[in-house]
Design a protein around this ligand. Structure first.
Ligand code: GDP
Ligand code: IMO
Ligand code: MG
Length: 422
């Protein structure tokens, strides 16, 4: 029997999802992206060679594995085309592996302009978005005015939709945001040209998933962003515009909820966040700077410096509950190699369980001794120093979720497997 495995971020994104999806792709027949868009930046390192993916599923480097972009993803044709060309130039047969749902809402150039204009308007209260147009693209989806990928199959229909959309958005851009507008003919031409190049990959993704299941294949469902960036369960309004939590894997792909076999939560051994919003365990000062430096915490999409802090077991317990995590993968454990002591937030003052964003939260920390030796690249549990093992086990105890994997470096091979996922 095949297995359907959901892999998602349990913090604020950039937990190392790409690396783990790439690694586990060895054991599956397909990988599905189900939400987000090219705001994601998933880094894969294979034999020292780094690849950053934004829209393509992180299974794409494995020849013959089917890669699917589900209906929950907002699709920028221009960005997809760029990414495909880049990978094809380095010898990856993207087109023969990739299938794209016709129900994907298109992320259009005016969405990017709206995203940037909104951020400017918010001033000091800006979200700190990736500036990729994600929010406005999802707004159009929910407002039922999106142009979807399949709409490009009927040129007249597309033309009509584009006119309606431009009439509306140009009005806002011009009169509300007082910025430049978009020319119908130019957007029409550009979109159709890109569409003609990409439409050969259109597919009924729910049907493909069903076929895989009947065949006994295993599939990975690759989350983007992280639990606390979820539009419903995250630190609203400092969130992204999609459901990043486990339920999103079903709605964003067409996988029936009963067919999920395992939900793997990826978490860093500490915490990071890019953009604005509450972050209870954030370290401002030399310790935070050390984490940025040691962990090379700069965004894979925008290059922004990531905010860093200690592991937050309170937030993680909530992430575990919301996602019904089957197991954990702790990444970047090696980044803590040089610390004398390591802190874990085990509670919040006043016994709070949630981060509402309005009142500052003071975490209560527990201190653990550092292991003070390099664990980079260690690939078996028995070779880890006792103090590193104790840290991993403490996280497991606090969260009551088994640790299935530990990552000790960016490369595919720098991984310890502790419990079976398949
Ligand atoms: P994603 O968005 O969840 O896929 O994560 P990103 O790719 O944005 O960020 C994770 C970064 O950490 C990437 O640069 C990875 O190459 C790197 N990385 C992943 N796992 C490890 C690890 O165990 N140790 C170290 N040092 N780096 C890692
Ligand atoms: P991966 O998949 C980290 C953050 C942005 C901002 C907020 C909203 O690589 O983990 P958006 O552009 O989505 O409207 O921005 O969400 N954000 C991410 N942070 N990793 C990501 O993706 C992110 N995608 C969006 O920084 O705070
Ligand atoms: Mg990332």
């Amino acid at each position: 029997m095949g297995k359907n495995i959901v892999i998602l971020g349990s913090q604020w994104g950039d937990e190392g999802k790409g690396k783990i999806v790439d690694l586990l792709t060895e054991r599956v027949q397909g990988v599905v992206r189900f939400q987000g868009g090219h705001n994601a930046g998933h880094t894969l390192v294979v034999d020292g060679k780094k690849t950053v993916l934004h829209l393509l599923p992180s299974g794409i480097l494995h020849p013959g594995v089917s890669c699917m972009i589900g209906n929950g993803v907002v699709l920028s044709l221009a960005e997809l085309q760029k990414e495909i060309t880049l990978l094809e130039d380095s010898g990856v047969a993207v087109r023969s592996q990739l299938k794209i749902s016709g129900a994907c809402p298109l992320l259009m150039p005016y969405h990017v302009a709206l995203d940037l204009a909104r951020e400017t308007k918010r001033g000091m209260r800006l979200i700190g978005t990736t500036g990729r147009g994600i929010g406005p693209a999802y707004e159009d989806k929910v407002a039922r005015r999106s142009i979807r990928f399949a709409d490009l199959l009927d040129v007249d229909h597309f033309s009509e939709l584009l006119k309606e959309n431009l009439e509306y958005h140009n009005f806002m851009l011009k009169n509300y945001f007082m910025t430049s507008t978009f020319d119908y003919a130019a957007v029409y031409e550009e979109t159709l040209t890109l569409g003609n190049n990409l439409l050969s990959m259109i597919a009924d993704v729910p049907q493909l998933i069903a076929t895989h299941r009947r065949r006994g294949d295993s599939l990975l469902f690759e989350g983007a962003q992280g639990t606390f960036l979820d539009i419903d369960h995250g630190t609203y309004p400092y969130v992204t515009s999609s459901n990043t939590t486990a339920g999103g894997a079903c709605t964003g792909s067409g996988l029936g909820p009963r067919y999920i076999n395992y939900i793997l939560g990826i978490t860093k051994a500490y915490t990071t966040r890019v953009g604005s919003g509450p972050f209870p365990t954030e370290l401002i000062g030399p310790l935070g700077d050390a984490l940025v430096e040691l962990g090379q915490e700069f965004g894979a999409t925008t290059g922004r410096r990531r905010r860093c802090g200690w592991f937050d077991a309170v937030a993680m317990r909530r992430a575990s509950e919301i996602n019904s995590l089957s197991g954990l993968c702790i990444t970047k454990l090696d980044v803590l190699d040089t610390f004398d002591t390591i802190q874990i937030a085990v509670a919040y003052e006043e016994g709070r369980q949630t981060i509402d964003g309005r009142t500052p939260i003071k975490p209560i920390y527990e201190e653990m001794p550092g292991w003070k030796t390099s664990i980079v690249g260690i690939d078996s549990w028995s070779k880890l120093p006792e103090k590193a093992k104790a840290y991993v086990k403490r996280i497991e105890n606090l969260l009551e979720v088994p640790v299935a994997m530990v990552s000790t470096g960016p490369d595919r091979r720098n991984t310890i497997e502790l419990a079976p996922i398949f």
